[in-house]
Each structure stands twice: as C-alpha cells, then as structure tokens.
Design a protein around this ligand. Structure first.
Ligand SMILES: C[S@@+](CC[C@H](N)C(=O)[O-])C[C@H]1O[C@@H](n2cnc3c(N)ncnc32)[C@H](O)[C@@H]1O
Length: 211
C-alpha cells in the first residue's frame, strides 16, 4: 500500500496509488471555507477522495456523501481487478466513517453515472449538493454528460471540481481530443458561463462555483 507522505491520513487505509495526494492541501482549504454538508462524487475507485471528505468534514459536522461508480473501471484501468478495488472502497470508507467524530451518511450508487445522476434528479436532488467532484469516465462525451447533469444537482454558491482537466492517454498518434476530459469541461464552462465562476485551475483540476 502507498505512503501518503507528510499529510498521511490517520486511519490505516488500503490505497494502491497516489492520484489524490496532490489535491489534498487544495481540498483542505476549499472544505475549510465551504464546510459542505451534502456531497456527491462521481468516480470513487478505492475511496481516496471520499475518505478525505469523510475525515475532513467529519471533524466539522454531520454530512451526507453520495458516491457513484460502476466499479468496472475506465479504459485506462485495463488489467486491474475491480472487484478488489470495490472491496477496498467499502473497507476504506467504513474505517473513515467509524473513526470520524461526526457521522457521515454514505450512499453508494453502483451504476453508470448518467443513469445515477438522472435518478438523483428525478428523486428531487435538484440544487441539493454543496460540493460535487467529477472524476469518473475520462471520455469527453461522458464527462460532458456528468458535468451538465451534476451542475443541476449543485446548489447556488456550491462548488464543483473536475479532476484530470489536462489528462490524456499516451497514444501512438498523440492525444485524442475525444478520449480526454478537456474539450468537455471547456464546452460545459463556456455554455454555463452566466451561471458559474471559474474559481481556480491548480494542477490537473478545475474548480467552478455556481452563481
Ligand atoms: C480515476 S478513478 C476515481 C479515483 C477516486 N476519485 C480517488 O480519489 O481515488 C475513476 C473511477 O470512475 C469509474 N467510472 C468510469 N466510468 C464511469 C461511468 N461512466 N460511470 C460511473 N463510474 C465510472 C471507474 O470505475 C473508476 O473507479
């Protein structure tokens, strides 16, 4: 299992990568200011970002966290045993919830994100969430659907964060614009220009606030 460096989490989690390590100080600052109670994440994998939310918000107050994932992996996860990834997600989030001072209600949606987001919309979650993290499929058409649907579930003043804004595959012919999130995130931001403010774009991430 990987070491998370100086800011290592208190609990003994099972994580096999360091994808989220760079975002930790940025999230710590954002969450301190936003103090979200209702959170949604698209793409949970082993629960590294989810556990950070549970641990950080769990020091502040009670909260509700919805995690959407197929646990089938994206095209970049070939060869990974996704049943094991899902098992680690369940164990890790369980440990985080048990060690936090305040209760987190975790709602797991094991489904494709377009289906789960549409279901949440129909169930009355429009404008419900304070913080939404988009880190599911990295294919441009999927990212566009995630962004457009999730934005409808975000409250005014809430924040939505995209991971991997500049991510691309190492393909023989160079990057394929349809197999990376950037074109979709740009299209979403441009078309919602009057309803959002781009807050910052550190590292490979982009953060917007709903106006
Ligand atoms: C990069 S990982 C998420 C990493 C996680 N946020 C973390 O901090 O470790 C992307 C996840 O998105 C999921 N995924 C890919 N396409 C999806 C889709 N269309 N709907 C739901 N989940 C999807 C994959 O199964 C994978 O677990």
């Amino acid at each position: 299992m990987v070491s998370l460096g100086n800011e290592a989490q208190k609990t003994d989690f099972e994580f096999t990568n360091t994808w989220f390590v760079g975002a930790r100080p940025i999230w710590a600052q954002i969450l301190k200011n936003l103090r979200p109670r209702r959170m949604l994440e698209i793409g949970s994998y082993e629960g590294q970002s989810a556990c950070f939310l549970i641990e950080t918000i769990g020091q502040m107050h009670e909260s509700e966290l919805h995690c959407i994932d197929t646990w089938q992996g994206g095209i970049e996860h070939g060869g990974i045993n996704m049943s094991e990834v899902e098992r680690r997600f369940l164990n890790n989030t369980d440990k985080a919830i048990r060690s936090a001072s305040h209760k987190t209600t975790l709602k797991v949606h094991k489904a494709r994100s377009d289906f789960a987001l549409a279901q949440l919309f129909v169930q009355g979650y429009e404008g419900f969430f304070d913080f939404i993290y988009i880190d599911g499929s990295h294919q441009a058409p999927d990212v566009l659907v995630d962004a457009v649907l999730a934005f409808r579930l975000l409250r005014k003043g809430g924040m939505m964060a995209f991971d991997d804004y500049l991510w691309s595959e190492n393909l023989p012919g160079g990057p394929d614009i349809l197999r990376m999130p950037k074109a979709a995130i740009d299209a979403f931001v441009n078309l919602h220009f009057r309803q959002l403010r781009v807050v910052m774009a550190p590292l490979y991430q982009l953060y917007v606030e709903k106006l």
